[in-house]
Design a protein around this ligand. Structure first.
Ligand SMILES: [Zn+2]
Ligand SMILES: [Zn+2]
Length: 60
């Protein structure tokens, strides 16, 4: 059992505890944000724009 945790969204290795990895739907926390939260308030927003969410990884 040495299966690597790879992000469902970007394909990169995710270095999180397995529980956390599952919590983020098998993605990086940032990828999870972009996948599910980022455009909730501002549909069509690009990933270069801050969406206003506290969790947004885009520099404020
Ligand atoms: Zn990712
Ligand atoms: Zn965001």
């Amino acid at each position: 059992m040495s299966e690597e945790q790879t992000c469902q969204r970007c394909g990169e290795i995710v270095e999180l505890d397995q529980d956390d990895f599952e919590l983020f739907e098998r993605m990086h926390p940032d990828c999870f944000h972009f996948a599910f939260e980022h455009d909730l308030n501002r549909p069509g927003i690009t990933e270069q724009e801050n969406c206003g969410d506290e969790a947004c990884p885009v520099g404020a």
